[in-house]
Write a protein that binds this ligand. Structure first.
Ligand code: P6P
Length: 323
């Protein structure tokens, strides 16, 4: 692979342009699509920060507002991403956690489809905890010039051409892969630009952090309970934010494992395959990590419905292997 180690401080636009030039097969459309997603995330970032302000009003006891605020932000994020992808012109169809059915964008000549969780962990908004956007991109299989079809979304995890997330945390960071490694861009509010801050992220093969909702531990399969008992015997660190993007990102950088096993409430797991598990698994594998449902790699799990759920164990390769 050509040496694309770019100096930290490169803007997202320059990074995309440089890499596009380095991969002649890469078409300008995918680059434009990534820009469209970045733009929507900048708008969401601003809304989330503003929500913080309204939230203070909400703390005055009008739980209603907080409730509406949560829904509002979920809806705002969904509308912003759908609008950005529609206006960008590159996407012919979208599936979103917020919409039961596939969304036709009207761009029948668009070559890509996007599966998205516009705002994951939104129950954390009213307590000012980090939340995230997760996206997954496929090249369409249906004929250009026609509407998107369900088949466009049912190609399986290894057919993704790009995947990423935005973490709205102490800083806002966009992390994505196009299959040539994983890079991270930190948002500079003063410039309105994403700046390359993590070039070629590699997940540590091992780690000392495990992330799961211990409150459900009695539901977990024996092998998971055994693994967690070993973690505790080794005095590993339990860290669970309740926001997949935040837990995943910390474990990606520091090393660690995130577990969402089957529970009584979610017997096949809680997380959605197409717009949570697949994209995070693509990123994890590209960074040298692993992702499995306990039976097979997440990327090999067969998709059968738009919003199907999956068990998810994801993170440092040695930790996932040991589990
Ligand atoms: P629980 C948020 O609702 C989410 O989808 C993930 O971001 C998070 O890791 C998980 O669910 C939290 O679920 O059941 O532990 O509250």
């Amino acid at each position: 692979m050509p040496n694309l180690a770019l100096p930290v401080g490169t803007t997202l636009d320059r990074y995309i342009m440089r890499r596009q030039n380095a991969f002649p097969f890469a078409t300008g459309e995918l680059s434009q699509l990534l820009r469209d997603i970045a733009l929507a995330s900048k708008i969401i970032n601003r809304e989330i920060n503003r929500a913080g302000l309204i939230d203070i009003g909400g703390a005055a006891g009008s739980g209603n507002v907080q409730g509406e605020m949560q829904q509002k932000l979920d809806v705002i994020a969904n509308i912003r991403f759908i609008r950005a992808l529609k206006n960008g012109g590159e996407v012919c169809g979208i599936i979103s956690e917020e919409d039961e059915h596939m969304i036709q964008t009207g761009n029948v000549n668009g070559k890509y489809v996007v599966a998205i969780d516009p705002l994951d962990g939104s129950s954390n908004i009213d307590v000012n905890v980090s939340i995230g956007t997760i996206f997954s991109i496929y090249r369409r299989v249906s004929p250009v010039g026609t509407e998107a079809t369900l088949d466009d979304f049912m190609q399986g995890g290894r057919a993704q051409v790009a995947a990423g997330y935005v973490l709205y945390g102490s800083s806002t960071i966009l992390v994505f892969t196009t299959g040539q490694g994983v890079s991270g861009f930190t948002y500079d509010n003063s410039l309105g630009e994403y700046i390359l801050s993590h070039n070629d992220i590699r997940q540590p093969a091992n780690g000392s952090i495990f992330s799961c909702n211990d409150g459900n531990a009695d539901d977990y399969p024996a092998y998971v309970q055994d693994y967690l008992a070993q973690c505790k015997k080794q005095r590993l660190t339990g860290r669970y934010i309740g926001s997949l993007v935040a837990d995943f990102h910390r474990n990606l950088i520091k090393g660690g494992i995130y577990l969402y096993p089957p529970t009584v409430k979610s017997p096949v797991g809680k997380l959605r395959l197409l717009y949570e598990c697949y994209p995070m698994a693509f990123i994890a594998e590209q960074a040298g990590g692993m992702a499995t449902d306990g039976q097979q790699p997440i990327l090999d799990v067969r998709p059968v419905s738009l919003h199907q759920r999956s068990v998810l164990y994801i993170g440092s390769s040695e930790m996932v292997t040991q589990l």
